[in-house]
Design a protein around this ligand. Sequence first.
Ligand code: PHE
Length: 275
Amino acid sequence: MFPFCVDCSFEEMPTNNFVESRYWFPISVSTCSFWNFDALFQPQQHPARDSHDTFFLEVPSTTRELPEDYVKLVKRVHESGGYGSRGYMYDWKREEANKNLLRTHTTAVSTRMLYALAKQPFTPKRYFSIDRVFRNESVDRTHLAEFHQIEGLVCDKGLTLGDLIGVLNDFFSRLGMSKLRFKPAYNPYTEPSMEIFSYHEGLKKWVEIGNSGMFRPEMLLPMGFPEDVRVIAWGLSLERPTMILYGVDNIRDLFGHKVDLSLMKRNPICRLGID
Ligand code: PHE
């Protein structure tokens, strides 16, 4: 059985600032390309880093405050690898990492939290967050340029993929989604990675509800974690299961400036659960 209880001892991550350029104080959540992408071993040519996908800031457009010793290790792991990896073998550019942006995922915050954690003598941790993320999407019935992400992670020695599957089953069944399937996937920062599907009784089909994985050594070892530390993590949108559960077919009826305020007044607090 999975050794953790989902009810207890998950600490909330400070996701309350969307953009901010300081790095050292965990409460101020910086979101520059370095924390959103580079520290996650996401190469600088990755399509998600294009302005077609990400909102970059004009003022201030760059950060000047990054932890220099750590930046050097991240640059090295991208360029030539280390820790058993060959890296991506390209010229890593500091200017690219300095660009400020609106975070595209709350994994930017998980990364900063893990970086801060790795500075301390090792202690296992469980973190979660629920907050806003931004993507340069064309807006339609199922997509908005801003939405909410739910994220969780467990950091401990010797965790395995079995632990990730166990905690996901526990986590989602408490939201009312107990029939799960996992499909191998790809994220630059996790290996292995799994998409999470849940069977929807109403729609009579499997629907994708989240993404997960074990953070790569190329991400964790430059932070300074001991080699046997593993991090299992997952993320999902808040809007998607809510739409499925409440039969909302247009995301703009649920979130954003077109929401009918009387709907808010009429309805009780939502409970998640799509089975
Ligand atoms: N960052 C991923 C996303 O935006 C979610 C995720 C979090 C995946 C943690 C793996 C691990 O979809």
